[in-house]
Design a protein around this ligand. Sequence first.
Ligand code: FAD
Length: 375
Amino acid sequence: MSQKTVLIVGAGIAGASTAWHLSQLGGHRIILLEMEDAPDRHSTGRNAAILRTAMPDPILHGLARESLDFYQTPPLGFSDQSLFEPVGLFLAATAESSEDFLGWTGNPDCQTGAQRVPPSQLYERIPQLAPGIEAAVYLPDEGVFDVAEIHHSFLKGAARNGVEIRYNSRVESLIVENEQLIGLNVGAKFLEADSILIAAGAWASQIANTINLPMPLTPYRRHIFVTNPLKDVQKDWPVVWIAGAEYYFRPESGGLLLSGCDQQAVLPEAGEVSNDEAVSLAAEKTERWLPSFADAEAPFYWAGMRTFAPDHRFVVGPDPRLGGLHWVAGLGGHGITCAPAVGNLAAEWIATGWSQHSQAATLAPGRFPAEPCAR
Ligand SMILES: Cc1cc2nc3c(=O)[nH]c(=O)nc-3n(C[C@H](O)[C@H](O)[C@H](O)COP(=O)(O)OP(=O)(O)OC[C@H]3O[C@@H](n4cnc5c(N)ncnc54)[C@H](O)[C@@H]3O)c2cc1C
C-alpha cells in the first residue's frame, strides 16, 4: 500500500510535536516545511519558557497536565537531558483580583497540587517584592522549560523516524482542484499531498486565506525583557506571576526575565517589532513591584506573538470545510506547556480520521460559525 503524504506547514513547537507524534505512528510520508532558515525564529524561540499548568480554563489545564506527564517521563530515547527545571511557581494576586483568583485557584479542575500559602511565604522568598500581594498559591512542580532541548528533541526524533525537514520553504498557497485539497505551492513549486496540517503560528489564518477559508485567529504582540545580572537575585528563585497586575518574572542568567504582559493585536509582519509603550509598561510595573530593580538595565528584550482563537482555546483537528486540511494553531500563551498533548491529538486525527480524546470536539476547528467559502 502506498504511503500517504502529509505536509506540515511550520516547524515551531506545534509542527515539530505533531511531526514527531505522527512519525511515531508510522505509515506516512511526512514533510515539514519551514519558511525560515531555522525552526525557532518566531514564537517558539521568543517565549518566557515558563511551565505553568494552573489555568482558569479547565480544558487547557487538562492538556497542560497531559503534557506535563510527557515532560516528566519522556519516551525512551527522546532526550538525555531534563526538559524543565521544577523551580516552583508562585501565583499571587492583588486585593482587586484576589476574589476571582481564589475562586479558580481553589478549583481542582484548574490546578493540580496548588498549595494556598500566606503571602508572607512569597515575601520570604523574594524580599524585594513590594507590598500589595493579598493572596498566593504555590505550585512546587512547575518551573522553567529548556525550550530549545524540547523543540530540537521533537525535530531530531521526527527526522530519525524519516520526516523530511525543509527550511527556507515558504508555503505561498494551498491548492484546491474540483473542491479537493491536492497540495500546496512552495514558491513556484507544487507539492502534492493527501493531508496538509497548518501549524504556522501567527501566519496560520493567512495560509488558509489563500483558499478563502477564514479562521478567526489573531496574533497578539507581547514583550519580554532580560536584565543584566543583579547581585540580589538568587538563581533558585521561583517563577512569580501576579494576577491582576499582569506582571511576571523569574531568574535568568544571573538577572531577571520579566514581562509587563502587554498585549496588542497585530498583523504577523508587525508582531516582532518592539514598541516603546510596551517598554514603558514593563518599566512601570517593575518600579511598582520590584522597586529596588527599577534601574536595572535590560539590554536584551524582544517581542513575540501569542495567537488566539476568540474563545482562547486551541484549534486542533480536521477542517470540516475541506477534506485533508488539518489545524494545530491558536496555542496562545501555552504552546510550549501543551505541545505534547496537542501534537498527539493532531497526529491522531491525521492518522485515523477521528480522535478519542475527551476534548477533541472542544478544540475542533469546526466550532466557529461557518463563514462563506468563496472558492
Ligand atoms: C512573549 C511570549 C511569551 C510566552 N511565554 C510562554 C510560556 O512561558 N510558556 C508557554 O508554554 N508558552 C509561552 N508562549 C507561547 C508559545 O511560545 C507559543 O504558543 C508557541 O511557541 C506557538 O508555537 P507554534 O509552533 O504554533 O508557532 P511558531 O513557533 O511561531 O511556529 C510557526 C512556524 O511556522 C512558520 N511559518 C509561518 N508561515 C509559514 C509559511 N507560509 N510557510 C512555511 N512556514 C511558515 C514560521 O516561520 C514559524 O517557524 C509565549 C509566547 C510569547 C510570544
